[in-house]
Design a protein around this ligand. Structure first.
Ligand code: BGC
Length: 724
């Protein structure tokens, strides 16, 4: 019997199981069309149009707008032999058009629900305009603030990083029905470990560090169902991440059972030649595909090399099929075949709608960290007589968007000056002076700034980095305030006026002078489109700050890398000279991981650990304590649980975060906070690289930051527990 022309092919029948549809489609594809699915290009040109028609492109990135995605999709669906839709990808990291705080700021909320909400709104806006795939979350652990991409991730801690990774993946993807985007945790893996904090640089770390520090957020993202993963630019212990079968096949697919597809970072396959592990594009393509990179982002290497490699027998068609299957599966899963186009009118209605903008304000407020507040300078009175608003970022419309702000529009930014104006009484006199540029050496504007400060009751100085000073290829050898900004802060301070410093930046800055002199310092990161309102709400107490640092602030760049979960060493630093420290700087950080103040005070009590003796591998340890708001204002506290395994077969960090909760308490209100520690959470890789919990004592530390530990206790594990 002949299949009738009118019978709908299996792959176009949504009632069929996805696997069956994939196989049916695969069976109809030529080798050229298969290779086409593995190729992704940026933008849209007439050349790409021709290639799409020939079935040689599976995905495009950096195509903007609902009309444009529809127009191009129509070519793929209607003008190609099999009508396979394209999947459009974009870097939607912390907003599509409604821009939220940068990921480092999102992590400062320590609030996975808020972060999930930011991701789901971003996804809804992107999907409404035809973008069904985001190159996010960026889940690279970053222990070196010189590395500009620290701004794009959740900071230095694997546990906080994992919680954020999960929240972001869930927020972006939802359940794949409706308006969401496929997540792509990146950059797999250890990209943040670049030597010297210099982008694209070599990474040489032990397998233990890889598994215990850099991999956990990726694992969390995969467990949360991330549909794709991006392989990184960097060389990892001699094998570039985009040609690394150990990380891509053994760990990602083998150990974690990842079923989605892997896309290379931008031309990372082509760069295998520069790395010196491939002599030409053929070797590069062969290595990348065999290692498990399914899609070539912008490198044009797979298109040029794979067909020849198949003809030469160096790559089997089966191996190509495997990659194509993974990609088609995602396209089916998100319903692209059924719904290749978007509703342009609907997109207009939801993008930057009121509800989204309100969420941007709420989440920006949550992300702001009060670093210092001596003498309760903050909050300021809304009826204050006069304020000098000073600094290069005080009325800046670019910086608050951050380095990777997708389609964020500077015209949507509420500047700090505008925010302050909106929050004070109509009687308050506001003087504004820029003072200087973010970068550059001119101090010409100082005079005006100093004059303004002298005429006012308080000076708010807004300083930091411009948006292009962090992010990709934006590493810094110095971590101080760029240009003459510190001199500006000093000049204002020296007028004697009460000075408040507001920071906007994409990384920890070494602001020792400010920390020593300025009574109140607010870390706002790059807060997104509602920046000015969010910051003003903090300054005037409409919102009580509750964010905490997801990363350590060094006193000087010379202390880097400095992170809270370090090892003890044989000579832990002390006042004794012959211990592990520098001669010319204290060994402590400027502000520790987990630090952040509030306008109220919280008291911790009644730590209860149960059981105190753990006998069965199935036991979970319950940790309870009471937190009370003993101040006069409602506020948020982020209760942090750390553990330490003081004696083990291998050295262990002095502290490891294992739980946290952000709670809101009214004045006088108290709450029991509970944590559950499973044995797996205590496990580590022993001297034989086996995952175990070794018998012995564990210390429990609960507090308000990694250095502000309020309650301590212990429990004992009785028997060795091994994990597969
Ligand atoms: C970056 C990735 C990004 C990609 C696509 C690369 O340069 O490293 O993080 O997803 O470009 O824009």
């Amino acid at each position: 019997m002949h299949a009738s022309e009118n019978v709908r092919p299996v792959y176009l029948d949504p009632s069929q199981p996805i696997d069956k549809r994939v196989e049916d489609l695969l069976g109809r594809m030529t080798i050229e069309e298969k290779i086409g699915q593995l190729c992704q290009y940026s933008g849209f040109t007439s050349e790409y149009e021709r290639m799409i028609i020939e079935g040689r492109i599976g995905s495009l990135l950096n195509v903007f707008g609902a009309k444009e995605t529809n127009r191009i999709q129509k070519i793929a669906v209607e003008k190609t032999r099999l009508g396979i839709p394209l999947i459009f990808g974009l870097d939607v990291l912390h907003g599509y058009k409604t821009i939220f705080p940068i990921p480092l700021g999102l992590a400062s909320t320590w609030d996975p629900d808020a972060v999930k909400k930011a991701a789901s709104i971003s996804a809804a806006e992107a999907a409404a305009e035809g973008i069904r795939w985001t190159f996010a979350p960026m889940v690279d652990i970053a222990r070196d603030p010189r590395w500009g991409r620290i701004a794009e991730g959740a900071g230095e801690d694997p546990y906080l990083g994992s919680v954020m990774a999960k929240a972001l993946v869930e927020g972006f993807q939802g359940d794949f029905s409706g308006l969401n985007v496929v997540a792509c945790p990146k950059h797999y893996v250890a990209y943040g470990g670049a030597e010297g904090g210099r982008d694209y640089n070599t990474v040489d770390i032990s397998e233990r560090t890889l598994r215990e520090v850099y991999l956990p957020p990726f694992k969390a993202a995969v467990e949360a169902g991330a549909g794709t993963v991006m392989s990184a630019f960097n060389d990892l212990n001699g094998i570039p991440a985009s040609a690394n079968p150990f990380t891509l096949r053994t760990i990602l697919r083998g150990e974690w059972g990842f079923e989605g597809f892997v896309v290379s970072d931008w031309n990372a396959i082509g760069e295998l030649i520069n790395h010196g592990v491939a002599g030409d594009i053929f070797e590069a393509a062969e290595k990348a595909l065999k290692a498990g990179v399914d899609m070539d982002m912008q490198g044009d290497v797979y298109r040029r090399a794979l067909l020849q490699l198949v003809k030469d027998g160096r790559v089997s068609e089966d191996m190509i099929n495997e990659a194509v299957r993974r990609i088609l599966k995602i396209k089916f899963k998100i319903g692209l075949f059924e719904h290749p186009y978007v509703d342009v009118e609907y997109a207009k209605r939801i993008v930057k709608c009121k509800e989204h903008v309100e969420a941007a304000l709420e989440i920006a407020r949550k992300s702001i960290v009060l670093l210092k507040n001596d003498g309760a300078v903050l909050p300021l009175s809304k009826n204050i007589e006069s304020i000098a608003v000073i600094g290069p970022l005080a009325d800046d419309r670019e910086a608050p968007l951050g380095p990777w702000s997708c389609l964020g529009d500077p015209r949507d930014i509420v500047t700090v000056l505008e925010g302050i104006k909106s929050r004070v009484s109509s009687e308050t006199r506001i003087l504004y002076a820029k003072g200087c540029d973010v970068d550059g050496l001119s101090t010409e504007g100082f005079k005006e700034a100093v004059e303004a400060a002298k005429k006012c009751k308080v000076a708010i100085v807004v300083v930091g980095e411009s948006r292009d000073m962090s992010g990709e290829a934006a590493c810094r050898a110095f971590l101080n305030l760029p240009g003459v900004q510190e001199e500006l802060v000093k000049a204002v301070y020296e007028t004697g006026v009460t000075t408040v410093e507001v920071l906007m930046n994409g990384r920890p800055l070494s602001i020792q002078w400010s920390a020593d002199h300025i009574p109140a310092i607010v870390e706002a990161w790059f807060p997104g489109i509602q920046a000015g309102y969010a910051i003003a709400d903090i300054l005037f107490g409409n919102y009580n700050p509750g964010g905490k640092l997801p990363v350590t602030f060094p006193r000087t760049v010379g202390q880097v890398p400095i992170y809270y979960n370090h090892k003890n060493t044989g000579r832990p630093p002390s006042s004794d000279r012959w211990t592990s420290k520098y001669l010319d700087i204290p060994y402590t950080p400027l502000f520790p991981f987990g630090h952040g103040l509030s306008y109220t005070k919280f008291e911790y009590s009644e730590l209860d650990i149960s059981p105190r003796e753990v006998t069965s591998p199935k036991d979970a340890i319950k940790i309870k304590l009471k937190v009370k708001n003993v101040g006069h204002l409602e506020g948020d506290e982020i209760v942090q649980l750390y553990i330490n395994d003081p004696v083990a077969s291998v050295t262990r960090p002095v502290k490891e975060l294992k739980g946290f909760k952000r709670i809101t308490l009214k004045p006088g209100e108290e709450r029991i906070v509970e944590f559950t520690l499973t044995l797996e959470m205590l496990s580590f890789l022993n001297h034989e690289m086996k995952r175990v919990v070794e018998p012995g004592l564990f210390k429990v530390m609960v507090g308000s930051s990694s250095e502000d530990i309020r309650l301590t206790g212990t429990f004992t594990v009785k028997n060795l527990v091994e994990f597969p």
